[in-house]
Design a protein around this ligand. Structure first.
Ligand code: PEP
Ligand code: MG
Length: 578
């Protein structure tokens, strides 16, 4: 079979080769191609086979359900069989294949969308819920057509390359690195949380594969090159040889960087920057220490919420925070309060769908609105502060009033704990993420009130440049080297330091070795990143002289385009062995 090369966005470095396994979840939103007229008969045959297979699978499910949940409830699944046998459902798909030359997949997708929309718009709630059955039937038909399996990701027990239309952050955190060698998806931007978590887990990944994605079949041999942003199906002998060499080179570089884990990040002329890790779990904390983290610059607490079926109570959270702090010993741990919303969902919170979730009801806005939830988390964090060096950080602050309200609740909770006789760090520092441009612009005003800042470039870039971090179509516009971003970073660091405040960075830019010279010159006190990036960044710092980085920054701040800045930075990095 001929080799096929698909390009996407490499979001987690590393090269892996293995057998593809297609994950069915989310197949419905894939883009499917049209067919040639000569292919109509073949397409109708594929659809008929998929229908037959789906009927058989549904019958099996009905039998299983009768045994496990009883005949009455099994009726729900029986209704799905009736959808498949409906005299118009599949015939309408056949019409699209013959008349419009749709592929079988595209026809299924179209009809499922139409029929589901009819149910969704019905006034009766019971009927509205039937839309989910129609979509389920659609998923099964598509799975039969593409060879995708509706698998439980956490149960994968053989080495595979996972191929999925899209992975939700909740899917990604379930992946076991031992078995899921790499993954490739059709959707997603480079700072989507799926991308971020793949880096945290150390699973090479290519996402946002815009064209040709439907050509990958279950069982195909696939190479995922997370470094180059390429996915190769049916690699030729020559490609396998050259990629094997590349893999050997990568593992050699990995071992060379190993030595940097135990070292501090110091430039050749003695300037030191603190290196932290972004984590979500106790296991991540252990791995971060192994990789050389000198602290936790960002604990994404939403991962704790995402791994539960309902809101985690104070005790559950307290134990996780305490365990993490204990793993870190005397190293600082910045705990960010719940940052849910955007692409991170908590199904049990039942937040209505929004047109612009990244601009909507999320993070600190939700916490201030749902005060009991916020108080529970703050109580757990404060109680854990008796066991180590914790700092509290609020996400997505956009105005001073919001900061003051959140800060006041911390004081209120401290009062409660005091009255109950709990021990906690009375002088705990409270800071904010700088990820909304309004905060960067007003950094001087905030600096008078907050204890510290941490810049979240993932969101700061999307909000400043009006580029959705999830949208692969406009990924080319998403660039932390954009001059507007560098100007904002400069403003924030200057304002923080003028007020004697600590300013770190925990967005993806901090883990980009090429951004290191500019971040050093900007004067950031700390860089916090996925643990997998630590050794590489420490190596990059060690190769540079602050004096030269300062000169580079001075030149770059005068430039007008991201492209010019990249060229200049690339040349600088090449000269310094980065
Ligand atoms: C950021 O926005 O840069 C950040 C670190 O937060 P998150 O990626 O979790 O939105
Ligand atoms: Mg953010």
């Amino acid at each position: 079979m001929a080799e096929i090369r698909l390009s996407g966005i490499g979001v987690s470095e590393g090269i892996r080769m293995g057998k593809a396994i297609r994950y069915a979840h989310g197949v419905q939103n894939q883009q499917f191609a049209d067919i040639a007229e000569a292919g109509v008969a073949q397409e109708l045959k594929r659809l008929a086979e998929a229908k037959e297979k789906s009927i058989q699978e549904t019958e099996k499910l009905i039998e299983q359900a009768q045994q496990t949940v009883g005949t009455e409830k099994a009726g729900v699944i029986a209704a799905q069989k009736s959808i498949l046998l409906d005299p118009t459902f599949c015939p309408e798909m056949e019409k699209l294949i013959t008349k419009k030359l749709f592929s079988a997949e595209k026809a299924v997708e179209q009809i499922v969308k139409q029929v589901a929309a009819i149910f969704e718009n019905m006034p009766n709630e019971y009927m509205r819920e039937r839309a989910a059955d129609v979509k389920d039937v659609g998923s099964r038909l598509l799975a039969a057509l593409t060879g995708a399996k509706d698998i439980n990701l956490a149960d994968i027990r053989e080495e595979v390359i996972l191929i999925a239309d899209d992975l939700a952050p909740t899917d990604t955190v379930q992946l076991n690195k031992k078995y899921v060698l790499a993954f490739a998806t059709q959707k997603g931007g480079k700072t989507s949380h799926t991308a971020i978590f793949s880096k945290t887990l150390g699973i090479p990944a290519v996402i946002g594969i815009a064209t040709g994605f439907d050509q990958v079949r279950d069982g195909d041999t696939v190479i995922v090159d997370g470094t180059g942003g390429i996915c190769i199906i049916h690699p030729s002998e020559a490609t396998i040889r050259s990629y094997s060499e590349k893999m050997a080179k990568e593992s050699k570089a990995e071992s060379a960087w190993q030595a940097y884990a135990a070292q501090e990040a110091v430039t050749q002329d003695g300037h030191r920057v603190e290196i932290g890790a972004n984590i979500g779990t106790v296991a991540d904390a252990r791995y971060a220490v192994e990789q050389g983290a000198e602290g936790i610059g960002l604990l994404r607490t939403e991962l704790i919420y995402m791994s539960e079926a309902s809101l985690p109570d104070e005790e559950t959270q307290f134990n996780v925070y305490k365990d993490i702090v204990r793993v870190m010993g005397d190293k600082p741990v910045i705990i960010r309060t719940l940052d849910i919303g955007g692409d991170k969902e908590l199904p049990y919170l039942k937040i209505p769908k929004e047109m612009n979730p990244f601009l909507g009801y999320r993070a600190i806005r939700l916490c201030l609105d749902q005060k009991p939830l916020f108080v529970t988390q703050l109580r757990a964090i404060l109680r854990a502060s008796a066991y180590g060096r914790i700092r509290i950080m609020f996400p997505m602050i956009s105005g001073i009033e919001e900061w003051r309200s959140a800060r006041a609740i911390v004081e209120e909770v401290k009062g409660q704990l005091r009255a109950e006789g709990h021990v906690f760090d009375e002088t705990i520092e409270v800071g904010i993420m700088v990820e909304v441009p309004s905060v960067a612009v007003m950094a001087a005003q905030f600096a008078r009130e907050v204890d510290f800042f941490s810049i979240g470039t993932n969101d700061l870039v999307q909000y400043t440049l009006a580029v959705d971090r999830m949208n692969e179509k406009i990924d080319y516009l998403y660039d932390h080297f954009n001059p507007s971003i560098l100007t904002l970073l400069h403003t924030v660091v200057q304002a923080a330091h003028a007020a004697g405040k600590f300013v770190g960075m925990c967005g993806g830019m901090a883990g980009d070795p090429k951004a290191v010279p500019l971040l050093l010159a900007l004067g950031l006190d700390e860089l916090s990143m996925s643990a997998t990036a630590i050794r590489k960044v420490k190596h990059a710092v060690s190769q540079m002289e602050l004096k030269q980085c300062n000169a580079l920054l001075e030149a770059v701040l005068k430039m007008s385009t991201a492209q010019d800045i990249r060229l200049k930075v690339d040349a600088f990095c090449a000269e310094n062995g980065i």
